[in-house]
Design a protein around this ligand. Structure first.
Ligand SMILES: *Cc1c(COP(=O)(O)O)cnc(C)c1O
Length: 868
């Protein structure tokens, strides 16, 4: 018989006994996802239901029997415990945290003015908990950690995203090891979200005009992430025709047009949702808009519309509105892989913004210009979301130092007159949310010594540390066996064939984790380069290693699926299957026991394509040692003894550039096997009389101490506040106060752009040096420049000086500004100054003129320069 399927589904929320009503508050604030004590309360309702729900409070409340709820309502101890958990949440939501202390501390010194009143953070995906599966990988996990950490620190942030009906897919395997995808349908009523309500109780909606005769309507939901509201938009409402209901059907699905519709909704609908939220809750308006990757870039277009043509707006001209928008915008780029950049056919964008389109009144040619690849090597037919991101944000960053550098090279075309090093893209290295990713047992061990994990490191005995690691390994293995069994049953195995799974993986064997999405640059199968050698490592009688592997391939990426199949086939071999396991459906629920349970975290991307990577940070916080190519964050913080660097053909010198990828993989895989065999395994198995590997423990301690404080997302958020949000808030406020500043800046930019053709360095005189210059001497420089109609105050004249190479190119250059000495007729001026010679060796210099204005965030902002 065919299964009978429901044509519609909804979730009936339980009526809780009065004494248990606080459970509903606990379930509807996602803070439970990083509060083990709150999870304990839900587990106590009914441990079996809690487990079967996948640790989902809303589902658990819906499934516990009314009789059990009545029983608990009469249980004084349980009620007491519930009250404590609830009081703890209230305290968390109401107390002063880092940000409030900053405001007060600076207020006393009169400096609180520079902190933002509110920030809106836009991202296409959020990985907060596995019960809200609205993420595909690292970008979403980072966004989730960003919100949780903003909440912990009390940063006034509002998150904005989409609510996908199906979220990302669930991965399983066919008998042959081929990835299968399924898309469980999510019912908003069964999720930990609530509607944003208008004063009359109706759910708030936003509308966007799209081609056709019906606007796109989206409902606004709120997920409470601790103190941070996350606004989620979905179009699955009866007010939409079918094709528009499907706009938020799934994450990164469908056609190019489908993706554009999603991005319109996120950017433009997102700003409209923020306005509705602020109106309905009396929340201060955001001063800073942070675009996490390019998907939400249209938010800047909506803000320009608000400032120019929107009813009730200030009615600014476009250039002034652009300056106001830029001042309050931050853009974070996340990928050094050119194919990872989001681009649309220009024509499609034109179709959606033309006429009375998505941003009526904003001229479509101005919108098209924002995303135009009008630089060398660009494609004139394309609208590039990252390019628009940079043009609409006065401040931009990459997500590790190396990625900042790579991004400056990659987007140099937008500032062609400047050296890579001067491209105005800074970097803030990602971090991870410890309360989400650090095993409870690790916190408990530190708690016994009354300290932070990394401060307690030296107080915990090696034996205790090792015993905890054994517990964590054991838990991972339990979870892995459960997943293996379920996977094999799905693949069609009979239960009687699966006895071997009880002995799969061993809690006393060196355990290596490798889990990530499967784009080709991550090289899932590098370890299979020499299968015989890998087999020997796994089966070594004295010093075996075991591998736990997981990862999803994008549904449209057959190449990725083939890599997964290769790993699965290798791991299916009865000879090695007790030492290597591929676990399907990598997600947050799998990741949480995985990081703590691993001794070594392996990462072997093709350098420099890993923008940052965060999984190794999570492993490190749990006392795992990283074994990784020097890419992303590891390039920055590997210190020679907090893990291992796999030698890479790309060491930054360009030396490996001529190697083809096959040869490069051979070299790097060989280096990986060598490290495992000669360094990692011997150290792990070198134990004292109590069975404790002292040299290993020493490295674990060093990892925790050297990386612990750095890899935290609290460090990351504090950097965002100091380096980007606060300066952006200050700039935004200055331009918003009366808009006079913005008008002045827009007028100044236009005047400087028009007048720049006449700016030149006429000649340079120097002197003041002895015949044989020594360190400590100083070079006197006089630069004669023509500024045409511009004023000396409109520019800065600089000496650029540094080492000089054979072709006269300057390296390690620094700049020294010159001051106006004298002005002559005809717009000519002399600028003077001194350059101290502070380094021995070859020395060269030149003179240049740059635009100068107090409201510029970088001298490269206009892309203009005049060189001698
Ligand atoms: C941390 C994490 C990621 C991202 O890891 P990378 O190192 O950036 O690849 C992806 N998925 C899950 C479930 C994670 O927990």
């Amino acid at each position: 018989m065919l299964p009978v399927r429901a044509i519609r589904r909804f979730t009936v929320r339980p009526v809780l006994p009065e004494k248990l009503s606080q459970l509903s508050d606990l379930a509807l604030n996602l803070r439970w996802s990083w509060s083990p004590e709150t999870q304990d309360v839900f587990a106590a309702l009914d441990p079996e239901v809690w487990r079967a729900s996948g640790h989902d409070p809303v589902k658990t409340l819906g499934a516990v029997s009314p009789a059990r709820l009545d029983e608990l309502a009469r249980d004084k101890r349980f009620v007491k415990r519930l009250q404590l958990a609830h009081a703890d949440l209230e305290d968390y939501l109401g107390s002063d945290r880092w940000f409030q202390k900053q405001v007060k501390g600076r207020g006393r010194q009169g400096g609180d003015q520079d902190l933002p009143r509110a920030i809106a953070y836009f991202s296409s995906e959020y990985g907060i908990t596995s019960v809200l599966p609205q993420y595909s990988g690292g970008l979403g996990i980072l966004a989730g950690d960003h919100l949780k950490t903003a909440s912990d620190l009390g940063i006034p942030l509002i998150g904005v995203g989409l609510l996908y009906q199906m979220g990302y897919f669930r991965q399983s395997l066919s008998r042959e090891g081929w990835q299968q995808e399924s898309y469980p349908v999510l019912d908003p009523d069964g999720l930990p979200i609530v509607p944003l309500r208008e004063a009359d109780g109706a759910q708030a909606t936003v509308e966007i005009a799209v081609p056709g005769d019906h606007p796109m309507v989206a409902r606004v939901w709120i997920a409470h992430v601790g103190r941070v509201p996350l606004l989620l938009l979905d179009t699955d409402t009866e007010e939409n025709p079918q094709h528009l209901r499907e706009v938020t059907d799934r994450l990164y699905g469908g056609t190019t047009e489908h993706r554009l519709q999603q991005e319109l909704l996120l950017g433009i609908g997102g700003v409209r949702a923020v306005r509705a939220y602020c109106r309905l809750t009396d929340h201060p308006a955001p001063e800073v808009f942070h675009c996490n990757e390019g998907h939400a870039g249209f938010l800047g277009v909506e803000r320009i519309r608000e400032l120019t043509v929107a009813e009730g707006g200030p009615g600014l001209d476009l250039d002034t509105a652009l300056e106001v928008t830029r001042a309050g915008s931050v853009f974070t780029t996340h990928t050094p892989v050119p194919a990872g950049i989001d681009r649309f056919p220009r024509q499609l964008v034109e179709q959606y913004f033309g006429g009375q389109g998505a941003a009526p009144g904003v001229p479509v040619d101005r919108i098209l210009a924002l995303g135009a690849e009008d630089y060398q090597g660009g494609d004139p037919g394309v609208f590039n979301m990252a390019v628009m991101g940079f043009r609409l944000a006065q401040r931009a960053n990459g997500v590790s130092q190396l990625h900042g550098e790579v991004s400056r090279g990659m987007f140099n075309g937008l500032w062609p007159a400047f050296d890579e090093a001067e491209v105005p893209i800074t970097s803030i290295t990602n971090g991870v949310h410890a309360p989400t990713w650090v095993g409870r047992e690790v916190f408990e061990l530190a708690d016994q010594h009354g300290d932070d994990v990394w401060a307690a490191v030296d107080k915990v005995s090696g034996k205790d540390l090792w015993a905890t690691k054994r517990v964590l390994r054991d838990q991972l293995i339990d979870d892995a066996r459960r997943r293996l069994r379920a996977s094999w049953l799905e693949r069609g195995a009979a239960p009687a064939e699966l006895g071997w799974i009880d002995g799969a993986l061993d809690p006393d064997v060196l355990t290596i984790g490798f889990a990530r999405r499967v784009p080709s640059y991550k090289r899932l199968t590098l370890m299979l380069r020499d299968p015989a050698r890998l087999k020997r490592l796994l089966l070594d009688p004295e010093r075996p290693v075991q591998l736990v592997i997981a990862g999803k391939s994008h549904p449209a990426d057959d190449g990725g699926k083939q890599l997964i199949q290769q790993i699965v086939r290798f791991a299916d071999d009865p000879e090695v299957r007790h030492r290597i396991a591929f676990l399907p459906n990598y997600d947050i629920a799998m990741a949480q026991p995985l990081y703590p349970g691993c001794d070594v975290w392996l990462n072997n991307p093709l350098r420099p394509y890993e923008a940052c990577g965060t999984s190794g940070m999570k492993a490190a916080l749990n006392g795992g040692l990283n074994l990784s190519i020097l890419d992303g964050w590891w390039d920055e913080w590997y210190d020679g003894s907090n893990g291992w660097a796999i030698p890479s053909a790309d060491d930054g010198s360009g030396a490996g550039a001529e190697l083809d990828n096959g040869r490069r993989d051979d070299l790097e895989a060989g280096a990986l096997y060598d490290l495992l065999e000669k360094d990692v395994a011997p150290r792990f198995y070198d134990v004292d009389a109590d069975g404790v590997p002292l040299r290993w423990i020493e490295m674990v301690r060093h990892t925790l101490k050297s990386l612990g404080p750095k890899v935290l997302s609290t460090r990351m958020l504090q950097e965002y506040v100091e380096k980007l949000y606060s300066p952006s808030a200050v700039a935004s406020r200055a331009l918003n106060d009366s808009f006079d500043g913005a008008r002045e800046l827009a007028g100044w930019k236009s005047r400087v752009r028009h007048g720049w053709g006449e700016v030149r360095v006429d000649h340079v005189e120097s002197g003041g040096l002895p015949d044989v210059p020594e360190i400590g001497a100083s070079l006197e420089v006089h630069a004669f420049v023509s500024l045409g109609g511009l004023d000396p105050a409109d520019v800065q004249v600089q000496v650029v000086h540094g080492r000089v190479g054979a072709d006269d190119s300057l390296t390690d250059a620094t700049t020294t500004p010159l001051v106006l000495g004298e002005s002559y007729e005809g717009g000519r001026h002399r600028f003077d100054g001194h350059v101290p010679l502070s380094r021995a060796g070859s020395f060269g210099y030149t003179v240049r003129v740059l635009p100068h204005h107090a409201d510029l965030a970088s001298p490269a902002e206009l892309g203009l320069v005049a060189l001698a």
